[in-house]
Design a protein around this ligand. Structure first.
Ligand code: GLU
Ligand code: ZN
Length: 276
């Protein structure tokens, strides 16, 4: 991308839980970079998490962002784009780059999978066997074939600098879930391209995913953005402030009458302290 051009950034929350401080930080990073450079800040609701998705949370998210003092443009939610995901998956499947996987989580654990950058690395059980047609199948990216197809690839993170694509951190990821025509990786890559995002901002916990997304861009002929993985806020115990660990929801603080603008300023100070 043209570095001098005003960036298009986005915040892409999934409505499967309330937003917490870490989300606020992500939204502020994306918002502030866009505003400072005359760009655009997009909101995209990533609502394809099947049964865990609670569409009513999207309204709460919009109230939270407004409370923080942010302004955004909203782009279509993922649930409106399923046909596009299915078409891209089909194109990859036809090129032999995907294989069906019928494994359950417990089968993957039992097969001695090793931990990777985001959970267990799939041990490849289904790669060389015919799938049992009676069992539901997910479709995984064959990372060896993908690397052969793309050749060496690079991408750039605004904070960490140039990166060489290395798929070993995540292994053969799922691109089509058993219950959905996409996974996070496929949907987010297609959406960022469709929405014209030129600077993908998100937490450093998703750093390894960007290697997969860069590969998908090459395989699908999509434009290549830059990335900005911001450091994560840590709780007093040094643990990541994840919603599952009970950090207070933004909506709770908002409903208690806390000033969102002040909170946003405090988060900006923390960002400075984190060195971004
Ligand atoms: N929906 C994803 C999440 O909430 C977004 C990740 C991303 O920004 O790529 O974790
Ligand atoms: Zn499998």
């Amino acid at each position: 991308m043209d570095r001098a051009a005003p960036p298009v950034t986005r915040f892409a929350p999934s409505p499967n839980g309330r937003l917490h401080l870490g989300h606020a930080l992500s939204a502020i990073v994306a918002h502030d970079i866009a505003k400072a450079r005359g760009g655009r800040f997009l909101l995209r609701i990533e609502d394809i998490d099947g049964p865990r998705s609670r569409p009513e949370l999207a309204d709460e998210f919009r109230r939270d962002l407004a409370w923080l003092g942010l302004e955004w443009e909203e782009v279509p939610a993922q649930s409106t784009r399923l046909a596009r995901y299915a078409a891209a998956a089909e194109a990859l499947r036809q090129r032999g780059l995907l294989y069906p996987c019928t494994c359950t989580r417990s089968e993957i654990e039992a097969a001695g999978a090793l931990p990777g950058a985001d959970g267990l690395i799939y041990p490849g059980t289904c790669k060389h066997r015919a799938p049992d047609p009676a069992r539901p199948a997910a479709w995984r990216l064959d990372s060896d074939k993908a690397v052969t197809a793309t050749g060496p690839l690079v991408w750039e993170d605004a904070l960490a600098g140039p990166q060489r694509v290395d798929l070993s951190g995540l292994g053969d990821v799922v691109l089509v879930r058993k219950d959905l025509p996409a996974s996070y990786h496929l949907a987010v890559t297609l959406d960022d391209a469709a929405d014209g995002v030129t600077l993908v901002t998100r937490g450093a916990d998703l750093f390894a995913a960007s290697h997969v997304h860069r590969t998908l861009q090459a395989l699908l002929g999509l434009p290549v953005p830059r990335w900005h993985h911001h450091p994560l806020l840590l709780g007093d115990d040094g643990e990541k402030l994840a919603k599952r660990r009970g950090s207070p929801a933004l909506a709770e603080r908002r409903e208690r009458g806390e000033d969102g603008g002040v909170l946003a300023q405090q988060l900006r100070m923390q960002l400075l302290a984190l060195g971004t």
